[in-house]
Design a protein around this ligand. Structure first.
Ligand code: IVH
Length: 701
């Protein structure tokens, strides 16, 4: 190696060149060391580089900039957290907003369980903490892992950060279950939030909008020593994987948390009726301002774990729980403009551009105006002072104009009849059956409309669809604008085209070797997506995550779905098959058929399938004797309600159909079964009783 020129012999130009080169080299070593945990240089050599860099800067101080490595405290943080797959998904709660909805919740639970109005039913009520949820895994009593909720299935590994929260024990007391995943909320108190923001302000850092953001920002620090300086707290209220539950009811579980040394909220009570729940709700609402931490509602949970198991889940929320949200907060501001956004399905959505205003601790500058009819009905005009409302995480909405403050020269708003993006006509479809116009105006330029294409691509790559990290909304917009990605298949040829091209992605602004490498790796990792995600990613109208899962479960493979959907013209047997899948129906079946028979889509799919192999659904409970079978329930059931039986069958991986056909594998018939039972006999479909069903489902009668 060439001996370095002594510093006092360097001229200004040499110094500048060497300083810049060293800066890059050191930054790259920092990244390898901190972000990849894979240094390629010894500590001594690294120190030597750094000393030389500092010496040049001392001799030529004019070279120093605010970005100089000497100005940075510590090193570049890791770019991201490791991912942790939750062993039991972290679900969300269904919301209720009014007293009537609380009464309905209790009625629904009773009906599902087949409980008469006088049968006892205990339900807990506790504050809904406005923080961020976190799952703590204890093995043999030791805290071994902590993860954020993430998308509910996969969160971020924040173990090191959670260990700095004083209130969370590193070791549980007494004799906890061998495996104990405790879930709860990490939050910050009002006082600590105010003090933190004051400190942030003093050092010129951005202020946090509210305690929840502050808690999230503090927990999700790549450097745990920063988390350690932030005063975070925790309330345990739920659990994931547990080797042996220490109690058989919600109240008992929370008592066990406390016994093992975990903090729990003191305001949890056991109620016995909707009236009880509402009374506790009112009490908590009154205490809200003096609690010292943010809560945004009250959570109700069926107390008995056995009943919880029977109730199960709809989509991603438990049937046995509900979040009763506090009423929304309101504010007034001026409506400066109405922007029309065009969505994936061509829907024109009006978005209000507002003078920024703080509502419930959050600055709001945009809000939804719902649709054309709402704007007309409320006569909302640009320039109006409007009332806006924000409830929890819901997008803020414009409630209406304050007429007394209306400017004299204002004019009624005219909703555009052409698409602001592609100029095609935008129309409101007429429902053939009812003759009514759809509330949504849609752009008719489906194949030429850039907005629809871009939104479709964003949806394709989004978290609940293919989940391609590094290909977010901003990147897709850029790549689309530059002609790099026009259809989903283009995503998968991006790397090969980049290799062949002279204009490399890594030379773009905001990109570099590493980010491009990461992006390509993320795309590579999605060449075999789970079937349900793939179907959802296609953005078929009326096919959200739940319907995508139903289709995936029913058809098993993409080829099978496509073969049937392609021939599913109105009145065909194929259409009836889709229609008959439990939970789908006419509208969805038509949308699926439309999608797969559209010529343009055929081309897009063919191209895509050259690069992507959707994987059959993770065999849900494939060991169960009814997995993959199509079952029809008929007649009255005595041991459980029809809804409960259906949910149970679906949990076991069966498909539940509404009517008996050649495709039916099993009919479960209770007393009073009529035509379906006859049809089963005619087609020779196996028929069993409710008792036999329970045995099959593993609940010995
Ligand atoms: S129970 C399966 N209890 O609310 C249900 N959640 O909207 C598990 N939350 O993700 C949640 N306080 O972050 C439950 N006392 C409480 C809660 C609570 C706050 C959050 C939690 C959850 C979200 C659902």
């Amino acid at each position: 190696m060439k001996k370095p020129t002594p510093i006092d012999r360097l001229d200004a130009a040499q110094a500048r060149r060497e300083y810049a080169r060293l800066g890059e080299e050191i930054a790259e070593h920092d990244r390898r060391y901190y972000a990849e945990d894979a240094p390629t240089i010894s500590d001594a050599d690294y120190d030597a580089l750094r000393r030389r860099y500092e010496a040049i800067e001392a001799a030529f101080p004019e070279l120093a900039t605010p970005e100089s490595l000497t100005k940075r405290v510590g090193a570049a943080p890791a770019e991201k957290f490791a991912k942790i797959r939750h062993r039991a998904p972290m679900l969300s709660l269904g919301n209720v907003f009014s007293d009537e909805e609380v009464v309905d919740f209790v009625i629904r639970v009773r009906r599902f369980l087949g409980l008469g109005p006088d049968a006892p039913l205990a339900i807990t009520a506790e504050p809904k903490i406005d923080g961020l949820s976190c799952s703590l895994r204890f093995e043999k009593g030791e805290l071994v892992q902590a993860a954020t909720r993430g998308d509910g299935f996969e969160g971020e590994d924040v173990t090191a950060n959670v260990r700095t929260i004083g209130e969370i024990p590193h070791r549980l007391k007494d004799d906890p279950p061998e495996i104990f995943e405790v879930r709860g909320e990490v939050y910050m108190t009002h006082a600590d939030f105010a003090a933190l923001n004051a400190r942030q302000g003093e050092v010129g850092k951005t202020l946090f909008a509210n305690p929840r953001n502050a808690a999230a920002g503090s927990l999700r620090q790549l450097d745990p020593s920063i988390t350690a300086q932030r005063p975070l707290h925790f309330f345990a209220y739920a659990w994931g994987e547990v080797s042996a539950a220490p109690a058989d009811a919600q109240m008992g579980m929370v008592a066990a948390f406390k016994h093992f040394g975990l903090p729990v909220n003191p305001l949890m009570v056991l109620c016995h009726s909707a009236e009880d729940l509402l009374a506790h709700y009112r009490q908590i609402e009154q205490m809200r301002a003096s609690l010292g931490y943010d809560i945004d509602g009250v959570v109700y949970k069926v107390d008995s774990l056995a009943l919880q198991a029977r109730l199960g889940f709809v989509s991603r929320s438990p049937r046995w729980a509900a979040a009763h949200k506090f009423p929304a907060e309101k504010a007034m501001t001026i409506l400066r403009g109405i922007e029309i956004q065009v969505g994936r399905t061509g829907a024109l959505t009006p978005v209000a551009r507002l003078d920024p205003v703080t509502v419930g601790g959050v600055v709001v500058a945009n809000a939804t105006l719902h649709n054309e009819d709402e704007i007309a009905r409320k006569d909302i005009r640009i320039g109006d002072t409007v009332t806006i409302q924000r409830a929890g995480d819901v997008i803020p909405q414009v409630l209406g104009p304050v007429l007394a403050k209306r400017p004299r020269d204002s004019k009624p708003y005219v909703f555009p009849h052409i698409c602001p993006v592609c100029g095609s006509a935008a129309v409101r479809e007429i429902d053939e059956k009812t003759g009514a116009a759809d509330v949504v105006r849609r752009c008719t330029g489906r194949l030429v409309c850039a907005a629809q294409a871009v939104e479709g691509l964003k949806h394709f790559a989004s978290r609940n669809a293919l989940d391609i990290e590094g290909l977010g909304d901003k990147q897709i917009e850029q790549f689309f604008r530059d002609g790099l990605i026009k259809t989903p298949a283009d995503i998968f040829t991006l790397e090969a085209r980049d290799r062949a091209s002279l204009k490399k992605l890594r030379d773009r602004e905001g990109y570099g070797e590493t980010s491009v490498r990461n992006l390509f790796a993320a795309i590579e990792a999605r060449r075999a997506p789970p079937l349900n995600r793939f179907i959802y990613a296609l953005g078929i109208r009326h096919v959200g995550e739940t319907n995508a899962r139903r289709l995936a479960r029913h058809f098993g493979s993409f080829e099978a779905l496509r073969a049937v959907a392609r021939t599913a013209s109105e009145g065909s047997e194929a259409r009836a098959e889709i229609n008959n899948i439990e939970g789908l129906g006419d509208v969805v079946a038509e949308a699926v058929a439309d999608f797969f028979t559209e010529e343009h889509n055929e081309g897009v799919l063919d191209a895509l399938l050259e690069h992507v192999r959707p994987q059959p659904m993770e065999a849900i409970a494939s060991t169960s004797p009814v997995a993959g079978k199509t079952i029809v329930f008929t007649g009255s059931l005595e041991r459980m309600t029809r809804d409960e039986a259906k949910a149970q069958a679906e949990r076991l991986g069966a498909k539940v159909a509404a009517s008996v056909s050649k495709k039916t594998d099993l009919v479960v018939a209770g007393p009073g079964a009529g035509s379906k039972l006859a049809k089963a006999a005619e087609l020779g479909v196996e028929t069993i009783s409710e008792e036999e069903w329970l045995k099959l489902a593993g609940q010995e009668g």
